[in-house]
Write a protein that binds this ligand. Structure first.
Ligand SMILES: [Zn+2]
Ligand SMILES: [Zn+2]
Length: 104
């Protein structure tokens, strides 16, 4: 319910407008004219990937696998959270997929 700002009379709905029958004041009838907007929709949740979990680089080097004796491994590094901690280096044998880590 809206009232005329000029004379405080009740505004009557006329088409898409609200009209004061007393002084002729008109205003847009926004109540009910527009479709109701969803306000309480659940906020979209994003799973934020920790940057430290992303493989920064991955390449093949010559290194002995202690499991099968293969001399080619894939290696990558993981960035640690704090600068004090050493970078964790991972190796994976290209032959038997044995994976181990190395703190350098
Ligand atoms: Zn009025
Ligand atoms: Zn191996």
């Amino acid at each position: 319910m809206k009232f005329c700002p000029k004379c405080d009379s009740r505004l009557a709905a006329a088409d898409s407008k609200l009209r004061c029958s007393k002084c002729g004041y008109e205003t847009a009838n926004d109540a009910g004219a527009k479709p109701k907007e969803k306000k309480d929709a659940a906020p979209s949740t994003f799973k934020v990937l920790d940057a430290s979990d992303v493989k920064s680089c991955q390449s093949t080097i010559k290194k002995d696998c202690e499991k099968c004796g293969n001399d080619e491994v894939v290696w990558w590094m993981l960035q640690t959270r704090s600068a004090d901690e050493p970078t964790t280096q991972f190796y994976r044998c290209t032959k038997c997929s044995y994976t181990w880590r190395d703190y350098s």
